[in-house]
Write a protein that binds this ligand. Structure first.
Ligand SMILES: CC(C)(COP(=O)(O)OP(=O)(O)OC[C@H]1O[C@@H](n2cnc3c(N)ncnc32)[C@H](O)[C@@H]1OP(=O)(O)O)[C@@H](O)C(=O)NCCC(=O)NCCS
Length: 144
C-alpha cells in the first residue's frame, strides 16, 4: 500500500470514493478548494494504483484538525485508515503540533474504536452538531 499526498489529478477518483462512503458527500470543487489551501494536507492510500482511502487535516497554529477520513467499503478492516492516521500523526509530530483533534458522529462506533486505538480520548460533545441533529463527539490526541 502506498500513502501519498493527494493531487488535483486524483479528484475524480476521490469523489467516487467519497460518494461510496457518505450520504452527504463533498463535491469535487470542495476537494479542489481544500487542495489549494496552504494550511491543509490531504493524503490518499493507493492499492494496485487504485485510490482506496483518503484523509485530510488542517493546521491552525500548533493545532491539527482532521477534516475527514474514509476508506472504500470493500477495503475496510485491512488497516488502511490506520496507515493514513499513522502518516498524519507522524506529520503532526514532525510539525511540532501540540495535538490533533476531530469530530465524529456519536453513532459512528467503528470510527470511535479506531480513534481510541490510536490514543484519541473523548474530550467533549457538540450537541446537535450534524444536520440530522446528531451530537458530535470531540476526540483529541496529545503529542507532549
Ligand atoms: C472508519 C473507517 C475510516 C475505518 O477504516 P478502516 O480502514 O476499515 O480501519 P482499519 O482497518 O485501519 O481499522 C483499525 C482498527 O479500528 C477499529 N475499527 C475500524 N472499523 C471498525 C468498525 N467498523 N467496528 C469496530 N471497530 C472498528 C478496529 O479496532 C480495527 O482493528 P481490527 O480490524 O484489527 O479489529 C471506515 O470504516 C470508513 O471509511 N467509514 C465511513 C466513513 C467514516 O465514517 N469516516 C469517519 C468520519 S469521522
Amino acid at each position: 500500500m502506498l500513502i501519498r499526498n493527494m493531487t488535483a489529478d486524483d479528484l475524480d477518483e476521490v469523489f467516487e470514493l467519497e460518494t461510496a462512503c457518505f450520504s452527504h458527500p463533498w463535491t469535487k470543487n470542495m476537494f479542489a478548494g481544500e487542495l489549494k489551501q496552504k494550511t491543509t494536507t490531504y493524503m490518499v492510500a493507493e492499492k494496485n494504483s487504485k485510490i482506496v482511502g483518503y484523509m485530510g487535516m488542517y493546521q491552525a497554529a500548533d493545532e491539527g484538525n482532521v477534516t475527514n477520513i474514509a476508506v472504500l467499503p470493500d477495503y475496510r478492516r485491512l488497516g488502511i485508515a490506520s496507515a493514513l492516521l499513522n502518516s498524519f500523526i507522524n506529520l503532526c509530530i514532525d510539525n511540532k503540533l501540540r495535538f490533533l483533534t476531530l469530530e465524529v458522529r456519536k453513532s459512528n462506533t467503528g470510527a470511535i474504536s479506531l480513534y481510541k486505538k490510536f490514543g484519541f480520548t473523548e474530550v467533549g460533545l457538540r450537541p446537535k452538531y450534524y444536520d440530522n441533529s446528531e451530537d458530535a463527539v470531540l476526540m483529541t490526541i496529545y503529542f507532549d
